[in-house]
Design a protein around this ligand. Structure first.
Ligand code: A2G
Length: 405
């Protein structure tokens, strides 16, 4: 969507995967979906250094609403849990220099059974604008996926008409895919800043693996749709929760950067362990994710549990891109695997070579020619992610170049 927003994938915090639909503020005041939770996460995003590395949005997900609309048909928050209203919460987030996101659903109900926007598209768009919302996630439960081609753009039209710039996050393709409809991605690109293609992430390695496989197996249809203003969304980062090991957490962060994915952490920032926080705050990997070219990477090799993923990034020299390259070990034999490959074999052909750097470990490989064999040791369910910066050369260079050939 060309609304000037999300020129790079959005970064922030999103409640759902970690806090779900916990509405029991009586017995669990620290973890229920409430004003207090979002203010706390706002404060921690800043005091713990997340904002400084680019995390910007504080996003509410499902279960913030009252069970019914107001007498005049307006959405209203559950006032026991959001006693000051959403405008006040939004003001608080803005007062800290951050941006505020909210959740609704295209259908009759949200997935958790709260009022959806059907029949109130214009009213709700204006309600969000009046609360100074910066980001709207529109889910797709309790609706007909065949109506989404009309309905999602229609709500986008109303968002636009408010005059307030709001990121528009759509769940449109995933619900269509579930019901056997081929998504019309050119229309989705036009209407949405990001969209979900696949299953909700759960707190497990198997869930993460299934998402990585989906994006790899379907890359030919998915990858070309990404670019500045319009991104594929493989769902939240679950780094720092209960289900992923340290290695697996590094894998998610690395692959999300290769995928040019939105970086929406869903984790308890009060209790996250330092080593997981360091993964989420890895500036070198965030820089890959946020590369201004906005080209989504691909799985370029997959054999016997070893995968190589590559993403073209800046700087470009003549027609040669730089790359981020992730080596992923899906084997479960309990011992690190050696991977040895030349840069040329991965499509890195610039005659001046590349400066290679490891993005997790402090290893600088120096400048390597395309014929150099690079050798990495990849831990089981772990990753090695490198950055290869193209070097100038003064020899003959080809003028046509396909980053994936
Ligand atoms: O509703 C759906 O399952 C959402 N999935 C999920 O992200 C979360 O918002 C949940 C809340 O009830 C999609 O948007 C695809």
């Amino acid at each position: 969507l060309e609304n000037g927003l999300a020129r790079t994938p959005p970064m922030g915090w999103l409640a759902w995967e970690r806090f779900r639909c916990n509405t029991d503020c009586k017995n669990d005041p620290d973890n229920c979906i409430s004003d207090r939770l979002f203010r706390t996460m706002t404060d921690l995003l800043i005091s713990e250094g997340y904002a400084a590395v680019g995390y910007e949005y504080i996003n509410v997900d499902d279960c913030w609403l009252e069970k019914e609309r107001s007498y005049n048909g307006h959405l209203q928050p559950d006032l026991r849990r959001f006693p000051y209203g959403m405008r006040d919460l939004s003001n608080y987030v803005h007062s800290k220099g951050l941006k505020f996101g909210i959740y609704e659903d295209f259908g009759n109900y949200t997935c958790a059974g709260y009022p959806g926007i059907i029949g109130s598209l214009e009213t709700d768009a204006y309600t969000f604008a009046s609360w100074d919302v910066d980001y709207v996630k529109l889910d797709g439960c309790y609706s007909h996926p065949s109506e989404m081609d009309k309905g999602y753009p229609e709500f986008g039209f109303h968002l636009n008409r408010t005059g307030r710039p709001m990121i528009y996050s759509c769940s449109w393709p995933v619900y269509q895919i579930y019901s056997g409809i081929q998504p019309n991605y050119s229309s989705i690109i036009e209407s949405c800043n990001l969209w979900r293609n696949f299953d909700d992430i759960q707190d497990s390695w198997s869930s993460l693996e299934s998402i990585i496989d989906y994006y790899g197996n379907n890359q030919d249809t998915i990858v070309p749709n990404a670019g500045p203003g319009h991104w594929n969304d493989p769902d939240m980062l679950i780094v720092g929760n209960f289900g992923l090991s340290y290695e697996q957490s590094k894998t998610q962060m690395a692959i999300w950067a290769i995928l040019a994915a939105p970086l929406l952490m869903s984790v308890d920032l009060r209790t996250i362990r330092p080593e997981y926080k360091a993964i989420l705050q890895n500036r070198k990997i965030i820089t890959v994710d946020q590369d201004p070219l906005g080209i989504q990477g691909k799985r370029i090799y997959k054999h016997k549990g070893i995968e190589i993923w590559a993403r073209p990034i800046t700087p470009i020299f003549q027609n040669y891109f730089s790359y981020a390259i992730a080596f992923l070990n899906r084997r479960t034999d309990g011992t690190p695997s050696d991977v040895a490959v030349t840069l040329a074999e991965m499509g890195l052909l610039a005659p001046g070579g590349y400066r290679i750097e490891d993005l997790y470990e402090d290893v600088d490989y120096g400048i390597l020619s395309p014929q150099t064999k690079i050798k990495v040791k990849v831990n089981p369910s772990g990753v090695v992610i490198l950055r290869a910066d193209v070097q100038p050369s003064y020899g003959r260079v080809s003028t046509t170049y396909n980053p994936f050939k």
